[in-house]
Design a protein. Structure first.
Ligand SMILES: Cc1cc2nc3c(=O)[nH]c(=O)nc-3n(C[C@H](O)[C@H](O)[C@H](O)COP(=O)(O)O)c2cc1C
Length: 296
């Protein structure tokens, strides 16, 4: 059974990576997630300033997670001088470095980080509802490196297909979808407060409750652009992962389920992929990419 995947020039033994977030926010954490046998790593988003993150930043909500984390809380110099070199040394799978957010920030960060990255993922979470800045970040990055550039889309954009096309116009080699959904709110009726420390108590929803939105987004983007799609949002099993592949994903990422249930879920899910594929009568993972049948 062949569960390897190749997309945008990257080769991975299996299609599951940790998504950008707290589980890849320190070299020691990256190392322990890599030890679970993931196909690649996506590091926590870094920007030109350290983020000031209100606490608590993460609340479990049934099977989902609500969070008000932003990007990395360390200054970029700490990542460039210490974290990225250690990650590069410790990890023998492709390292996708997540950067944010606007073209000037990408131009400032990318050249210094280039030696430590196998590819880049650009978060567009705070870029608003106009596709032009998406084109601009992809263009700024692809002018500075020949390594693959993935643009990560957030589900609150008005037209995922149009935004994905703008990223590809700018030079993106692939699209990652989706970031967390929201904003959302939870209220503890005993205290009448939100579990999150953000100013308004609002946060972003992720984990299994968002899976149908993420699957739809992946399929819409797969049908809109010619570049590979990486699916993320709500994966909690090999079965979920293969649904993303059928929707059009060449690879996948997972975060919330591992936050809730432990990093061992990465290795357990990877272990279960062959038998799920066998049950479907499919020999290789790549045969299933985009095989969702929408004829009625
Ligand atoms: C606590 C937390 C922090 C996150 N931080 C980032 C981040 O720094 N950059 C980013 O692109 N996405 C970030 N995300 C979004 C995830 O990478 C992912 O797109 C989203 O959670 C959906 O996947 P999941 O349902 O498997 O968690 C974060 C999500 C959570 C829950």
């Amino acid at each position: 059974m062949d569960i390897s995947t190749e997309f945008a020039g990257l080769k991975m033994d299996n299609p599951l990576m940790p998504a950008a977030g707290p589980l890849t926010g320190k070299p020691s954490l990256v190392k322990s997630v890599a030890e679970q046998g993931v196909g690649g790593i996506v590091t926590k988003t870094v920007s030109t300033e350290a983020a000031d993150v209100p606490k608590p930043a993460i609340a479990k909500l049934g099977e989902g997670v609500l969070n008000c984390e932003k990007w990395a809380e360390e200054p970029p110099s700490q990542w460039i001088d210490d974290y990225y070199p250690r990650i590069k040394r410790d990890v023998d799978v492709p390292v996708i470095v997540s950067l944010g957010y606007n073209p000037d920030q990408i131009k400032e960060l990318l050249p210094e980080i280039e030696p430590f990255a196998d590819a880049f993922e650009l978060s567009s979470h705070y870029l608003g509802r106009d596709p032009e800045p998406i084109r601009e970040i992809a263009s700024a990055a692809s002018d500075l490196t020949d390594k693959p550039i993935f643009v990560k889309l957030s589900p609150h954009v008005p037209d995922l297909g149009e935004f994905a096309s703008a990223a590809v116009d700018g030079g993106a080699s692939g699209i990652v979808a989706i970031n967390s959904v929201g904003p959302g709110l939870e209220i503890d009726l005993e205290t009448l407060r939100s579990p999150l420390g953000s100013e308004d108590g609002y946060g972003w929803l992720s984990g299994p409750p968002i899976k149908p939105l993420a699957l739809q987004a992946v399929n819409e983007i797969y049908n809109s652009v010619e570049v590979p799609v990486i699916g993320v949002g709500g994966i909690a099993s090999a079965h979920d992962l293969l649904q993303f592949v059928a929707a059009g994903a060449s690879a996948t990422q997972m975060l919330s389920h591992a936050i809730s249930e432990g990093k061992e879920r990465y290795s357990e899910i990877i272990k279960n992929i062959p038998e799920e594929l066998e049950r479907l009568g499919t020999e290789t993972l790549s045969e299933l990419v985009g095989k969702y049948d929408n004829s009625r």
